[in-house]
Design a protein around this ligand. Structure first.
Ligand code: FA5
Length: 348
């Protein structure tokens, strides 16, 4: 190669190289341009390789130009590499960008079971009146479930027909939360104001208004000077808080061994306001059993029945929930059908 040609090749390599570097649109393309411009087979490299064949003056001159060209090309490569890296980073950031103004995807949330909602509401109404929550075991003994409640040995509730006994002698699944009355009075002296929500069991044919496992809330107030009027006022306050301000309660005589007198308590229908409709039939909805605590029950628990009087009541949570939500079949509460249950979303 002649010196003149070597210089032309170098100038062409500079011009062409700068162009190729500028034209590279990606880091891969830039790498290819580097090989083409400064690689083993590049015209520039060929000139360098042939430097030894020139005379001293030419070699120095051409060598200087070659250094300049290499410097310029390397600088251009560096600059373009930095630029492409920045562009790539911006692209990635844009691709990963989150649009915070888009509406979120709402997770499906569950809801409280309607019986839980009703139980909590009942308990809350009474705790606001100053009652405390009491508890007792679901597996009870004969004393707490029957004997102390003044239920005589020949009472039909005691038979295998009505109660669910377990294999241990003298133990059964409690048939009513009234057993908690006894446990409470045994464990604390009056004044006592408690509500006891819980599960109860009876050997019962299941139908639209009966389950064999259901829930009750028991209430018990024992103090000096409590009267039937206190009981009525308390239940009226409950009915109004639960079903609306216009509700009235009606008491009909009823018999439970552990109260005297005993009453069946009905509340005026909140759908028809007592006129009579499909929900109530005759304008009244029977809600719970109640009565003045029998003196014998107080004495059984070591409470002086001359000094103290009290009242008690017990209601079925399923029953209250049916009335409140207009559910006509109690079994819906235990079948676990999501189409039924999801209707109570937001009810509590
Ligand atoms: C009692 O259980 C009494 N312990 C209530 C009581 C307490 C009276 C304190 C006086 C003083 P009864 O068996 O009527 O009473 O049941 C009360 C409520 O439980 C009923 O009104 C009903 O709502 C509910 N209940 C009773 N049996 C079932 C059943 N098989 N399935 C669903 N709910 C039931």
């Amino acid at each position: 190669m002649e010196p003149g040609e070597a210089l032309r090749v170098l100038e062409a390599a500079r011009a062409g190289g700068l162009e190729a570097i500028a034209a590279a649109g990606t880091l891969e393309e830039l790498e290819a341009a580097k090989v083409a411009v400064l690689g083993r087979k590049a015209p520039f490299t060929e000139v360098q390789r042939s430097l030894g064949s020139f005379g001293e003056d030419d070699r120095r001159r051409i060598g200087r130009v070659a250094n300049e060209v290499r410097g310029a090309l390397q600088a251009a490569l560096e600059e373009r590499r930095a630029e492409l890296a920045r562009i790539e980073e911006e692209r990635l950031l844009r691709a990963d960008a989150v649009d915070v103004t888009l509406p979120g995807r709402r997770p499906r949330s569950g809801s409280l079971h309607p019986l839980t909602i009703v139980e909590r509401d009942i308990v809350e109404i009474f705790t606001r009146m100053g009652y405390r929550v009491a508890e007792g075991p679901e597996v009870e003994d004969d004393w707490h479930n029957f004997e102390a409640l003044n239920i005589p040995p020949d009472h039909p509730a005691r038979t295998m027909k009505d109660s669910l006994y377990i294999d241990v002698d003298g133990l059964l699944l409690r048939t009513e939360t009234s057993a908690v009355q006894i446990r409470t009075l045994e464990s604390q002296p009056p004044p006592v104001y408690v509500v006891a929500p819980g599960r109860t069991y009876r050997r019962e044919a299941v139908d639209a208004t009966h389950l064999s496992v259901f829930h009750q809330v028991e209430g018990l107030a024992v103090d000096e000077g409590l009267s039937f009027a206190d009981m009525k006022g308390t239940l009226e306050a409950f009915a109004r808080a639960m079903f609306g301000e216009r509700r009235r309660v009606r008491l009909n005589p009823d018999y439970f061994p552990f109260v005297e007198p005993g009453a069946q308590v009905a509340v005026s229908c909140f759908v028809c306001d007592g006129a009579g409709c499909a929900t109530c039939g005759n304008g009244w909805i029977e809600l719970l059993g109640a009565g003045m605590v029998h003196p014998r029950v107080l004495e059984n628990c070591g409470v002086d029945s001359e000094r103290y009087t009290g009242f008690a009541f017990g209601m079925g949570i399923e029953r209250v929930a049916m009335v409140r939500y207009g559910v006509s079949d109690m079994r819906l509460f235990v079948e676990g059908d999501v189409r039924f249950l999801e209707q109570f979303q937001g009810a509590a």
